[in-house]
Ligand binder design. Structure first.
Ligand code: IMP
Length: 524
């Protein structure tokens, strides 16, 4: 007779074990035993797959009142998030937080640009007046590569549309000093505002024109549709919007000084949905007072407070009325805070401790800093974060501010910490004030850096990159055997999802090893 158990006994035998494989989240993050951990220190054990990866839902809350379809936020940094990044983040179901290293007016303009964005419609096209000249058009063609330009009486958007100038109008025109009223096309095909993108595309297609101006009831220009963009006008079913509105969601960061109240007033007027109180150590009397003031004066703007890494810090901000918390101190890729201040906490422990506490009050958390790959995103969510905030991972994208340059044959973009000397000494173009106040006090005689300036590799468009992140996270959740972010949080809390610590050797094993050389292509 065989001494083996029968195959059908496998499950019941397993159930008889006192301990399941791996550790519960509490055991993993038992500080007495293992001190502070970060993402690379552990792995999640695989579960059971009985669904397709694309069936998983990444919907998650970032504040008490705002839910996103993808749990991704871009950092309020001047080399990461301005309007273009925020638009793309929101189209893909996340949200961009516009930085405040600029004047309040400039920041409010960026918020407005996101709120006014309509997929496919160009909201701020180059516009000229009838008194501009052929030379002006030729210059635009040279610098921007196109010359289908709407002409309004004022030479600006929202002026009365009086003509269009196209490549054909100037092609054989030798006299560069001629004014545009003598050469522009005055018989125009236009569409009325509120037209759907599909209908506008149809008109553009049948009219055989290159550009379709969109006008309001008074014939004033409100936007433009370009034939060259037709193919690019994809649908964005995940786009972050309030249920009742067509507008994309957008966030912005502010400090906690008295003039930040005026800044917030301008941002709120521009349509801001969520404000992030941007401080590297958020547990301060200034922040607590600011939260209370915002809740009283702008009840419709949700407040993400922080940054925090302990429950004690979190408790103060939750009590003051924070709608969400941002977690991380010293974990950012450009950050030297832990080195200089001796303050901070390994990010996995910080995310777990704060999220577990905040969850009891229904306050969602954002894991901010140190996200370097898809696995880190999944681990941050496993530890209780509702969303992740990314700086370095997105700074190489086309939509991040700044221009590419080549070094040693590699296409790069600059990425700097907001606490770098470089960022702290930037002077605002409009009000002439020193820029970010996140990292220093006005009375300081010396600015102590908490960040560095560096370069990151070109990542192409964030719209492709985020699609990769979304798909990657979905595949990971499938391996873990959990169908949604919400379920994932529950399965971790109940002990169903199991974890394991990694030794240094295990970490080596988990990376590419033993090869002479290799190419790491992350998605296609
Ligand atoms: P990353 O995604 O690892 O590059 O980290 C981005 C995060 O680092 C931001 O969202 C901020 O919380 C934080 N951060 C930004 N600038 C600085 C700095 O100069 N020093 C320390 N932390 C910073």
């Amino acid at each position: 007779m065989s001494s083996f158990l029968a195959p059908e006994q496998a499950l019941s035998t397993l159930n008889e074990y006192e301990h399941r494989d791996g550790l519960s989240v509490e055991a993993l993050l038992d500080e007495q035993l293992s001190g502070g951990l970060t993402y690379n220190d552990f792995l999640i054990l695989p579960g059971y797959i009985d669904f397709a990866a694309n069936a998983t839902s990444l919907e998650s809350k970032i504040t008490k009142n705002i839910s996103l379809r993808t749990p991704f936020m871009s950092s309020p940094m001047d080399t990461v998030t301005e309007a273009d990044m925020a638009i793309s983040m929101a189209l893909l179901g996340g949200i961009g937080i516009i930085h405040h290293n600029c004047s309040a007016e400039e920041q409010a303009d960026m918020v407005r640009k996101v709120k006014k964005f309509e997929n496919g419609f160009i909201m701020d096209p180059i516009v000229l007046s009838p008194t501009h000249t052929v030379a002006d058009v030729k210059e635009i063609k040279e610098t921007h590569g196109f010359c289908g330009i709407p002409i309004t009486e004022t030479g600006k958007m929202h002026g009365k549309l009086v003509g269009m100038v196209t490549a054909r109008d100037i092609q054989f025109h030798m006299d560069d000093s001629s004014t545009l009223d003598s050469i522009m096309t005055k018989e125009l095909v236009v569409a009325q505002k509120d037209i759907t993108l599909a209908d506008a595309n149809r008109i553009l297609f049948t009219s055989k024109k290159g550009k379709l101006p969109i006008v309001d009831e008074n014939g004033c220009l409100v936007s433009l549709l370009a034939r060259s963009d037709l193919l690019k006008n994809q649908n964005y079913p995940l786009a972050s919007k309030k249920p009742s509105s067509k507008q994309l969601l957008v966030g912005a960061a502010i400090g906690t000084r008295p003039d930040d109240k005026e800044r917030l007033a301008l941002l709120a007027e521009a349509g801001l949905d969520v404000v992030v109180l941007d401080s590297s150590q958020g547990n301060s009397v200034y922040q607590i007072e600011m939260i209370k003031w915002i809740k009283e004066n702008f009840p419709s703007v949700d407040v993400i407070a922080g940054n925090v890494v302990t429950r004690e810090q979190a408790a103060n901000l939750i009590a003051a009325g924070a709608d969400g918390l941002r977690i991380g101190m010293g974990s950012g890729s450009i950050c030297i805070t832990q080195e200089v201040m001796a303050c901070g906490r390994p990010q996995a422990t910080a995310v777990y401790r704060v999220s577990e506490f905040a969850a009891r009050f229904g306050v969602p958390t954002v894991a901010d800093g140190g996200i370097g790959n898809v696995g880190h995103i999944v681990k941050a969510i496993a530890l209780g974060a509702s969303a992740v905030m990314m700086g370095g991972l997105l700074a190489g994208c086309e939509e991040a501010p700044g221009t590419y340059f080549f070094r040693d044959g590699v296409r790069l973009k600059r990425y700097r910490g907001m606490g770098s000397i470089d960022a702290m000494t930037k002077v605002n173009s409009k009000d002439g004030n020193a820029a970010t106040k996140r990292y220093f006090s006005e009375g300081d005689t010396v600015k102590v850096a908490q960040g560095v300036v560096g370069n990151v590799v070109d990542k192409g468009s964030v719209r492709n990159y985020l699609t990769y992140l979304i798909t990657g996270v979905q595949h990971s959740l499938q391996d873990i055997g959990t169908l949604s972010v919400e379920q994932f949080h529950k399965d971790v809390a109940s002990g169903k999802v199991r974890f394991e610590k990694r030794t240094a050797a295990a970490q080596m094993e988990g990376g590419v090893h033993g090869l002479h050389s290799f190419e790491k292509k992350l998605y296609a």
